[in-house]
Design a protein around this ligand. Structure first.
Ligand SMILES: O=C(O)c1cc(=O)[nH]c(=O)n1[C@@H]1O[C@H](COP(=O)(O)O)[C@@H](O)[C@H]1O
Length: 269
């Protein structure tokens, strides 16, 4: 059996000295002109991004939203195989979950990738087929980075806890196989700190730095559990250079390296 995801992630973080998650959100409207002629432009783009960034990437995080048609799924499959060929795990950002028979189908996505993001709104049974995958990583949305993240997640329950605190507590209970992490946005640094205190053992995926302006220092200081966790940037890396031609890949490589170095200051500090 393959080693558990969080163990493999810990090994990779140590080996390349990086907690950077490179978000492969290959928006077709922003791909370099010269790649749009290719058979699968997103795959052509991702391959170049992976070549340029893999030394700095603790994982790749493609968001499924950018791949949900026949051509996109083909591009995604090629991308995942290529990332694996470079020994980089892939976290599919799919934010799935549904009633039992449907969610069992969703959980099959984990046959292709190493980890996934899931939505806790429908409760434990909607996540069970994911949680049962002991060797995979299951990241539960807890306190999201978007402006409306507070609309429901910050609501106070009768017990006095906020909804996101309840989610963190439940995720901790659901972590019977040591395969559960939380998604907590860098745009909510106070919540990041308080959730870290509440669940010291759960690794976080922290999106929202770069294009969304989140707090990179808080992301590192509170996102890691015993050194393990991920800080994601998507547009800030893959679209770092849009001057045309192949220079975009070099720009992405430099952006990933700079982010790694910046985050590492806080890891070491
Ligand atoms: O689950 C996620 O990854 C996620 C959760 C969240 O709270 N906020 C958030 O931005 N994300 C994802 O992280 C990525 C952020 O992209 P950038 O803002 O371009 O770095 C996107 O794929 C988002 O869907």
């Amino acid at each position: 059996m393959t080693a558990p995801f969080f163990q493999r992630l810990a090994d990779r973080i140590e080996r390349i000295d990086s907690v950077v998650s490179v978000g492969l959100d290959a928006d077709r409207s922003r791909l370099p002109e010269h790649l749009t002629e290719k058979d699968l432009p997103q795959w052509a783009f991702n391959r170049r991004i992976i070549d340029a960034t893999h030394e700095h990437a603790a994982c790749y995080k493609p968001n499924a939203a950018f791949y949900e048609d026949a051509e996109g799924w083909r591009a995604l499959r090629e991308t995942v195989a290529y990332a694996h060929g470079k020994d980089v795990p892939v976290l599919l950002d799919a934010k799935r979950a549904d009633i039992g028979n449907t969610t069992r189908q969703y959980a099959k996505l984990l046959d292709e990738v190493d980890a996934i993001t899931v939505n806790p709104y429908m409760g434990r049974d909607s996540l069970q087929p994911f949680l049962d995958r002991e060797d995979k990583g299951i990241f539960v949305l807890c306190r999201t980075s978007n402006p409306g993240g507070a609309d429901l997640q910050d609501l106070e329950l009768a017990s006095g806890e906020a909804v996101y605190e309840r989610v963190a507590a439940l995720a901790d209970l659901w972590n019977e196989h040591g395969n559960v992490g939380l998604v907590v946005g860098a745009t909510a640094p106070e919540e990041l700190e308080s959730i870290r205190k509440q669940v010291p053992d759960l690794p976080f995926l922290v999106p929202g730095i770069g294009a969304q302006g989140g707090d990179a220092e808080a992301a590192v200081k509170h996102g890691l559990a015993d050194g393990v966790g991920l800080v994601n940037s998507s547009r800030g890396i893959i679209f770092a250079g849009e001057d045309g031609g192949e220079a975009f890949a070099t720009a992405a490589g430099n952006a990933a390296k700079r982010l790694k170095q910046r985050l590492n200051q806080y890891r070491e500090g």
